[in-house]
Every structure is written in C-alpha cells, then in structure tokens.
Design a protein around this ligand. Structure first.
Ligand SMILES: [Zn+2]
Length: 342
C-alpha cells in the first residue's frame, strides 16, 4: 500500500511527470535490467527475451492546473490541464509545485450569505476563480510562485472502507502501480519481450504513448488505465454498469468507437484467459473517454491493442475511489495473458 500511496500522492500534471518517473525508475530497476527515459519523458522498462514485442502502457500524468496570472493583491488565476468539470474546483485545496518547493493554496469561493438570486444557480467558471496562497500582495506572491508553475490537488490517499481506497491521481497511478507489479512478477525467461511504458502527457492528447509506440514498434500492445464505475446514485446502469470489486474491465470500444476498438484476438485472449484462471472481469463499452490504447493502435501500420481498465468512482476529480482487488486482478490477468500469447 505504501507504493500505491506514494504514486497517487506524487506530483505529475501533464508535462511535469518527473516525480512519478523517478518512482517508476526506482521500482522498475528492482526487477528489470534495462530501464530508460526517452526524449519525451516516457519511462520504458524491458523484460523477457522472446521475438514477439509487447508494449504495456500506463500514463504517469494526472489532471491539474497551472498558474496563469498573479494579480496585484497576490491572488492567482489558473488554467486547467486535462478534462476537469469547473464545478468540482471551488474550495479545493491545491499544491503549487514552485521552484521554492510545495506551496499550499486554496481555491476561494463566495460564502452563500452574499450570493443573490440568479448568482446562487450560476456555475462559477474556472477563469473566474482564484487561488489564495496567503500572500499579502503581488510581490510576495511572485516570490513564492511563478507563472507556469504546475498545480496539483492536495494529496489525500486513504482508506474509505475495507478494500475501497481513495486518492488523487488514481487515473492513472493505479495503472502505473500495476505495471510495476507486472514487471516484478513476470519471469525473466518469458518467451516474449515486454516493454512497460509509463507514458507522459496522456491527459492532454495521448502524446507520450504515440512516440513510445513508434519507437518500440511492438507486435501487440495493452494499455492499463482507469474507467468509470457506475455504482453510485448519480449514474444510470445504461451509462456504466461497471462496479468496484467486480474485476478489471476489458474494453471493447472507447468513445463510441472514436477511441480504441480492441482487436478481436486480444479481446478474445483477455476474456479466455480471465475465464481459464477464474479471474473476475467486466466488459466495458465506453461512450466517452479514451486511453493510450487509442493512439497506440493507430501507430505505423496499426498495432493490435487491448485495454484493461480499473473501475473508479469520481475520476477526473480531486479524489477517486477504487477497490484494491481490481488492481490485483488486473495484474493477474495481464501476466497470464502475456504468458498465453501466441
Ligand atoms: Zn487515464
């Protein structure tokens, strides 16, 4: 649990994944002889000695914010990095990763006492919000942070109940964790060569996976990511019937077909492997949202790609909820599938 906590709490908005890459580098080196960081910031660990090349991808970046402007009173305006609903931002605690270190901040809001009529119903846009870092004026604020500094939601990893845990950046540090565990457990003499890639800048256009897939030119690929669990009162079963604790989701198609359409052979491999080894699984047909798989499978002449996702509640918010058993079963399923691959 310590490693999972360390990964979820690490800083890493898109393009600023160094802290996450360092953790992955340290962990991969315990089990893989060859670990490298490419020009783009992807980290790539290699294991196995077979002819067939298989790429595994999990993205290191998380959604967050960036300092855009500091006003004369020392308050900070920001832009969003990645897909964030403005409504979840008010009153959140954030950490600005400045050159001086971690600066605590909070997104201010107007107390209900002072909101009038229509104002109460209005959605406050992120560009009308500000971050309060407790600076007395512009000069003091500019001594603490700079325009362009990355901002994360405050780390908050913890346990909700029994197997349910919560944290920021669960999308996709759970996948990063799974990759580390897969590489740890896969035997050195496996008859395929496996490249586990912690990808950079997924949340802003699947960028790291694109260059890594081109470089590695794998025969097959699997993305390991998170997906939307539908077991909360807000969601209808028709929107998502995935449940926490019921196993990893095997994706059939993402973004109504605009994302990955899982290669039938890999889909078959994952489903058959899950059945054979009695690993619980669910089937995911996603209406919105994509993973690294969507870009890997379009690389070069096309790379057959599958996606395994860990169901999470409240993704792309400051706190996601997941079931640790779904991570363990994702690891199991992929290890078995990798050894079954023909
Ligand atoms: Zn993701």
């Amino acid at each position: 649990m310590e490693l999972l906590k360390e990964l979820c709490n690490a800083h890493g908005i898109s393009g600023f994944e160094n802290d996450v890459a360092e953790i992955m580098d340290r962990e991969f080196k315990k089990s893989c002889k060859h670990v490298e960081v490419d020009n783009f910031g992807n980290i790539i660990a290699t294991k196995g000695r077979g002819k067939k090349r298989i790429m595994l991808a999990a993205h290191m970046d998380e959604i967050g914010l960036m300092v855009k402007y500091i006003n004369k009173n020392g308050y900070i305006s920001f832009v969003k990095i990645g897909g964030i609903d403005d409504r979840i931002l008010l009153n959140q605690r954030v950490i600005i990763n400045s050159k001086k270190g971690d600066i605590a901040g909070m997104i201010g809001s107007k107390p209900p006492h002072l909101q009038k009529g229509e104002e109460k119903k209005k959605i406050v846009k992120h560009d009308e919000m500000f971050i309060d870092i407790g600076a007395k004026d512009e000069k003091e604020a500019k001594n603490m942070v700079e325009i362009g500094d990355p901002i994360i939601f405050e780390p908050n990893f913890g346990r909700l109940n029994k197997n349910l845990m919560y944290g920021k950046a669960v999308d996709d540090r759970l996948g990063c964790y799974a990759l580390i565990k897969i590489m740890e457990r896969i035997p050195e003499n496996i008859d395929v060569t496996i490249y586990a890639v912690g990808t950079a800048q997924e949340e802003v256009g699947l960028k790291g996976a694109r260059v890594a897939a081109f470089k590695l030119n794998p025969d097959y690929a699997f993305a390991v990511d998170t997906t939307i669990a539908g077991d909360t009162p807000q969601l209808k079963e028709t929107e998502s019937n995935l449940k926490l604790g019921k196993g990893p989701a095997i994706t059939i198609t993402e973004a109504s077909g605009r994302g990955v359409v899982t290669h039938p052979k890999l889909r078959g491999l994952l489903v058959e492997t899950a059945k054979k080894y009695k690993i619980p699984y669910q089937i995911d047909v996603l209406e919105g949202g994509m993973t690294d798989g969507a870009i890997i499978y379009l690389t070069r002449e096309g790379i057959p790609t599958g996606v395994i996702s860990i169901p999470c509640r409240y993704i792309h918010s400051p706190t996601g909820v997941f079931d640790v058993r779904d991570i363990e079963n994702s690891v199991k399923l992929l290890i078995k599938a990798l050894t079954e691959i023909k």
